[in-house]
Design a protein around this ligand. Sequence first.
Ligand code: DQA
Length: 138
Amino acid sequence: MKLMIINGPNLNLLGKREPEVYGKTTFEDYFKQLQEKFPDVALEYYQSNIEGELISKIQEVGFDYDGIVLNAAAYTHTSVGIGDAVKAVETPVIEVHISNTHQREEYRHVSYISPGAKGVILGFGLQSYDLAIQSFLS
Ligand code: DQA
């Protein structure tokens, strides 16, 4: 099982960024925990702050990998391009969010990713990624 986690803008600052919303753990530390928890999964991680790079990565892995776990972060609410990429590829995409975006500002209630996603997991903190990986294993 080959899975790619793709994180969008500002998620490189996890641990420092608004810890009351996103927690105090860096994604690098959490990624190590995921690798230890799922030793049989070939788990990879990619982060970019640039919309086009996220689209290129989705295209690159989206005909080969078994699953993509995508937190497009702020681009979730704005990017027709990333939404189209999710629809264009064959690999199933699970949309994840750390926070419950529906409890937050209204502009975060819209997702351009959800229509093309296999499923959506949000509001469980970093555990949202763990739950998304588990969904590919069941
Ligand atoms: C986020 C929610 C988005 O609204 C926000 O722009 C992010 C992170 C989350 O994981 O909770 O950067 O995707």
